[in-house]
Design a protein around this ligand. Structure first.
Ligand SMILES: [Zn+2]
Ligand SMILES: [Zn+2]
Ligand SMILES: [Zn+2]
Length: 85
């Protein structure tokens, strides 16, 4: 029984950490989501965020670049990537 309780607490703490970091930073380019991706920093244009059904979000441009180099998986949780509309 004690083992189960420890596991549960650990999972919650981990989820909170991932959730808070992903709310602000795009893990592909490491720029804040409220700012633009590295490509758009130079152009000065706005950069739309891409929301996935797994609950993670990234810059749309970073996601397009990622999907050109990788399988259609979320860079964060490796779940099949599907745009949330
Ligand atoms: Zn990005
Ligand atoms: Zn961009
Ligand atoms: Zn994900």
């Amino acid at each position: 029984m004690p083992k189960v309780i420890v596991k549960k607490i650990h999972a919650v703490a981990r989820w909170r950490w991932i959730g808070s970091s992903l709310d602000t930073v795009c893990v592909i380019c490491n720029n804040a989501l409220e700012n633009t991706c590295t490509t758009c920093v130079r152009s000065g244009d706005g950069c739309a965020p891409a929301f996935g059904k797994c609950g993670h979000h990234f810059h749309l441009h970073c996601m397009e670049k990622w999907m050109g180099q990788n399988k259609l998986t979320c860079p964060c949780c490796r779940a099949e990537w599907c745009y949330k509309t």
